[in-house]
Design a protein around this ligand. Structure first.
Ligand code: AMP
Ligand code: ZN
Length: 116
Protein backbone atom coordinates (compact mmCIF):
# COMPACT_ATOMS: atom_id res chain seq x y z
CA UNK A 1 0.00 0.00 0.00
CA UNK A 2 1.32 3.44 -0.92
CA UNK A 3 0.73 6.03 1.79
CA UNK A 4 -0.28 8.95 -0.41
CA UNK A 5 -1.95 7.12 -3.30
CA UNK A 6 -5.59 8.21 -3.68
CA UNK A 7 -6.77 4.76 -4.82
CA UNK A 8 -4.91 3.05 -1.93
CA UNK A 9 -6.77 5.46 0.36
CA UNK A 10 -10.07 4.48 -1.28
CA UNK A 11 -9.23 0.78 -0.85
CA UNK A 12 -8.42 1.41 2.84
CA UNK A 13 -11.67 3.37 3.29
CA UNK A 14 -9.81 6.59 4.16
CA UNK A 15 -11.46 8.39 1.23
CA UNK A 16 -15.14 7.66 0.59
CA UNK A 17 -16.16 5.93 -2.62
CA UNK A 18 -19.27 4.35 -4.11
CA UNK A 19 -18.19 0.74 -3.89
CA UNK A 20 -19.17 -1.69 -6.65
CA UNK A 21 -17.26 -4.78 -5.53
CA UNK A 22 -14.63 -6.00 -3.07
CA UNK A 23 -12.77 -9.23 -2.42
CA UNK A 24 -9.41 -10.02 -0.84
CA UNK A 25 -7.45 -8.90 -3.92
CA UNK A 26 -9.66 -6.50 -5.87
CA UNK A 27 -11.79 -3.41 -5.32
CA UNK A 28 -14.19 -1.62 -7.68
CA UNK A 29 -15.83 1.80 -7.26
CA UNK A 30 -17.67 4.37 -9.36
CA UNK A 31 -15.62 7.07 -11.07
CA UNK A 32 -16.10 10.47 -9.45
CA UNK A 33 -16.34 12.13 -12.91
CA UNK A 34 -18.16 9.59 -15.09
CA UNK A 35 -17.90 9.90 -18.88
CA UNK A 36 -20.97 7.67 -19.42
CA UNK A 37 -24.05 6.62 -17.39
CA UNK A 38 -22.02 3.70 -15.99
CA UNK A 39 -18.33 4.31 -15.30
CA UNK A 40 -16.48 2.48 -12.61
CA UNK A 41 -12.95 1.42 -11.89
CA UNK A 42 -11.55 -1.97 -11.00
CA UNK A 43 -8.25 -1.88 -9.10
CA UNK A 44 -5.97 -4.37 -7.39
CA UNK A 45 -5.71 -3.73 -3.64
CA UNK A 46 -1.97 -4.15 -4.05
CA UNK A 47 -0.41 -0.87 -5.15
CA UNK A 48 1.07 -1.05 -8.64
CA UNK A 49 1.83 2.24 -10.37
CA UNK A 50 0.59 1.09 -13.76
CA UNK A 51 0.40 -1.80 -16.19
CA UNK A 52 4.01 -0.99 -17.06
CA UNK A 53 5.09 -2.17 -13.58
CA UNK A 54 3.62 -5.64 -14.01
CA UNK A 55 5.47 -8.86 -14.84
CA UNK A 56 4.76 -12.59 -14.93
CA UNK A 57 4.13 -12.62 -11.18
CA UNK A 58 1.03 -10.47 -11.80
CA UNK A 59 -0.45 -12.64 -14.55
CA UNK A 60 -3.05 -14.30 -12.30
CA UNK A 61 -4.10 -10.97 -10.77
CA UNK A 62 -4.49 -9.33 -14.18
CA UNK A 63 -6.40 -12.35 -15.43
CA UNK A 64 -8.80 -12.15 -12.48
CA UNK A 65 -9.40 -8.47 -13.20
CA UNK A 66 -10.29 -9.12 -16.84
CA UNK A 67 -12.51 -12.09 -15.99
CA UNK A 68 -14.33 -10.09 -13.31
CA UNK A 69 -14.93 -7.07 -15.55
CA UNK A 70 -17.85 -8.51 -17.60
CA UNK A 71 -19.54 -9.91 -14.48
CA UNK A 72 -19.42 -6.51 -12.76
CA UNK A 73 -20.50 -4.76 -15.97
CA UNK A 74 -23.60 -7.00 -16.12
CA UNK A 75 -24.35 -6.34 -12.44
CA UNK A 76 -24.26 -2.63 -13.27
CA UNK A 77 -26.80 -3.16 -16.07
CA UNK A 78 -24.44 -3.21 -19.04
CA UNK A 79 -26.07 -6.10 -20.90
CA UNK A 80 -25.09 -4.94 -24.42
CA UNK A 81 -21.41 -4.55 -23.78
CA UNK A 82 -18.99 -2.06 -22.35
CA UNK A 83 -15.61 -0.47 -22.93
CA UNK A 84 -12.53 -1.26 -20.87
CA UNK A 85 -9.71 1.29 -20.76
CA UNK A 86 -6.33 1.02 -19.08
CA UNK A 87 -4.33 4.23 -19.38
CA UNK A 88 -0.65 3.56 -18.83
CA UNK A 89 1.89 6.23 -17.96
CA UNK A 90 1.84 9.89 -18.87
CA UNK A 91 2.13 8.92 -22.53
CA UNK A 92 -1.11 6.94 -22.15
CA UNK A 93 -2.99 9.73 -20.39
CA UNK A 94 -2.83 8.11 -16.94
CA UNK A 95 -3.63 10.58 -14.14
CA UNK A 96 -3.86 8.37 -11.08
CA UNK A 97 -0.79 6.18 -10.73
CA UNK A 98 -2.44 3.12 -9.22
CA UNK A 99 -3.24 0.50 -11.86
CA UNK A 100 -6.93 0.60 -12.76
CA UNK A 101 -9.30 -0.65 -15.43
CA UNK A 102 -12.07 1.76 -16.42
CA UNK A 103 -15.35 0.00 -17.22
CA UNK A 104 -17.62 2.30 -19.17
CA UNK A 105 -21.01 1.96 -20.85
CA UNK A 106 -24.70 2.64 -20.89
CA UNK A 107 -24.64 5.54 -23.30
CA UNK A 108 -23.38 6.32 -26.74
CA UNK A 109 -19.81 5.07 -26.81
CA UNK A 110 -17.93 6.87 -29.58
CA UNK A 111 -15.18 5.18 -31.56
CA UNK A 112 -11.90 5.09 -29.62
CA UNK A 113 -9.99 6.89 -32.32
CA UNK A 114 -11.58 9.54 -34.52
CA UNK A 115 -10.54 9.31 -38.14
CA UNK A 116 -11.48 12.49 -39.95
P1 AMP B 1 -6.74 7.80 -15.43
O1 AMP B 1 -6.75 9.05 -16.26
O2 AMP B 1 -6.88 6.54 -16.24
O3 AMP B 1 -5.60 7.77 -14.46
O4 AMP B 1 -8.09 7.84 -14.60
C1 AMP B 1 -8.21 8.34 -13.32
C2 AMP B 1 -9.68 8.38 -13.01
O5 AMP B 1 -9.82 8.47 -11.60
C3 AMP B 1 -10.43 9.56 -13.61
O6 AMP B 1 -11.47 9.07 -14.46
C4 AMP B 1 -10.99 10.29 -12.38
O7 AMP B 1 -12.28 10.81 -12.59
C5 AMP B 1 -11.00 9.18 -11.33
N1 AMP B 1 -10.91 9.63 -9.95
C6 AMP B 1 -10.03 10.51 -9.42
N2 AMP B 1 -10.25 10.67 -8.11
C7 AMP B 1 -11.29 9.87 -7.79
C8 AMP B 1 -12.00 9.57 -6.58
N3 AMP B 1 -11.69 10.15 -5.42
N4 AMP B 1 -13.03 8.70 -6.64
C9 AMP B 1 -13.37 8.11 -7.80
N5 AMP B 1 -12.73 8.33 -8.96
C10 AMP B 1 -11.72 9.19 -8.96
ZN1 ZN C 1 -2.17 2.89 -4.70
Amino acid sequence: MAVNCIFCKIVRGEIPSRKVYEDEELFAFHDIAPVAPVHFMLVPKQHLDSLAETDDSHAALLGRMLVLAPALAKQQGLHNGFRTVINTGSGGGQEVFHLHVHIIGGGRIPPMVRRD
